[in-house]
Design a protein around this ligand. Structure first.
Ligand code: ZN
Length: 403
């Protein structure tokens, strides 16, 4: 079946652009309504929700990349179609981390092969109040979709897809982003070269990667997740479990922002920083308009949404790619060393130290590393075994600049 010739609902402009009022309402309304939606067409295709589009000026070169996304929904096993080419499908599910399969649908409606979805970083927002019982964050993945026009899910029994969102993250401008952004000078023979300055030269700020700041606000103009700042205690490394050969990492950052801010309803991207394979460092979670990423003017760190129950004071750095088997590239490694060294120096953290993290929310003390991986704090594969093993080298190198 070819829906492109029909008067598909998605081919018409979105009727309403009050993104966040509709977004929050939609999450509850659609979650219920979707169950009873009639199947449209002989192939049982259910139209996806209207796309939400942003298009503004960007310093990346020319217009701000156009980002489109379906409304976040909790789909069953029906085919979900879009009127735009999908660069990634963001998924959140409970149950087995290996219990989801996905197939992409091309423009003509032809399905591709079923693929197993690999759960990525189970990043999560802390509850506003101290939880009364331990909570396990759901599985999450950002599945590349290569310009498809739909997708279909198949899940094992016991698996429930909580949220799914189809994202076209747009094409980035032609302006070249810095190849390496946070590489410190070599240590001197005495072992110390002085920590690199923070913020790293060439860090790609939110406006530069095309963040649409409107996504952080509700329709009444209030911030969805107001910024909170606290003393830095730890640095935690993640991976995004997205493809290593990423042709447009800035677009992937925008897709993650869309998934975290809108689909997960966190109001922003969960990580404080992201690093791509070329070593480019991207600003993550919004922290004010002073041009200093991740911090306020009192040198406190903004709380992200990356390591559940250990977010306040924990600086989350995501490596773009899947590092289950492959180590970070040399430029990525160098930038991770430079960034962690500059942060450790700024906050007087010893990269080699074991610390006792004290939650400002619950007051609970938990032992952990000053510079570690997501799996040091919770049961997860993140940041991938190869990146995790590589962290000892990152600690050693960062410590040489700090000590
Ligand atoms: Zn993680």
């Amino acid at each position: 079946m070819n829906n492109t010739n029909n008067a598909h609902p998605l081919d018409q402009p979105p009727a309403e652009r009050g993104r966040h009022a509709s977004r929050r309402r939609f999450l509850s309304v659609f979650g219920t309504a979707a169950v009873g939606l009639p199947l449209l067409g002989a192939c049982g295709t259910v139209p996806d929700a209207p796309a939400v589009t942003t298009d503004r000026k960007s310093p990346m070169g020319g217009a701000r990349p156009q980002v489109q996304a379906s409304q976040a929904a909790s789909p069953g096993n029906e085919v979900k179609r879009t009127s735009f080419p999908i660069s990634a499908v963001g998924l959140t599910w409970t149950g087995s981390p290996r219990g989801v399969r996905l197939r992409l649908i091309d423009r003509s409606g032809k399905p591709g092969a079923w693929r197993k979805v690999t759960a990525g970083c189970p990043c999560a927002k802390d509850p506003e109040t101290v939880p009364t019982k331990s909570t396990t964050p759901p599985n999450r993945a950002l599945v590349p979709a290569y310009g498809s026009y739909g997708y279909q899910l198949d899940v094992d029994s016991g698996v429930r897809v909580v949220e799914a969102i189809a994202i076209d993250a747009g094409r980035s401008g032609t302006k070249r982003l810095p190849a390496t952004a946070a590489t410190p000078s070599k240590p001197t023979a005495s072992g110390t070269g002085g920590a690199p300055a923070f913020p790293p030269a060439g860090v790609v700020l939110r406006a530069d990667w095309g963040a649409d700041e409107a996504k952080r606000f509700t329709a009444d103009g209030s911030e969805s997740s107001p910024t909170r700042f606290t003393r830095a205690q730890a640095i935690t490394v993640h991976h995004t479990a997205t493809p290593l050969d990423d042709p447009d990492p800035a677009a992937t950052v925008r897709a993650i922002y869309e998934q975290h801010a809108v689909s997960n309803d966190w109001g922003d991207i969960g990580y404080n920083f992201l690093i791509d394979r070329q070593g480019t460092v991207y600003e993550g979670r919004f922290s004010g308009s002073d041009g200093i990423p991740a911090h306020n003017t009192r040198n406190e760190i903004v709380t992200g949404f990356h390591t559940f129950a250990f977010n306040p004071g924990n600086i989350g750095i995501a490596l773009l790619g899947d590092f289950g088997k492959e180590k970070p590239s040399a430029p990525m490694h160098a930038s991770l060393v430079g960034l962690t060294a500059s942060l450790a120096a700024l906050h007087k953290l010893d990269p080699l130290a074991a610390i006792t993290y004290v939650s400002p929310t619950s007051g609970k003390s938990t032992p952990g590393p000053a510079l570690g991986g997501h799996r040091d704090w919770t049961s997860t594969e993140c940041p991938g075994s190869a990146a995790y093993l590589n962290l000892s080298a990152v600690r050693e190198s960062a410590a040489r600049f700090v000590r």
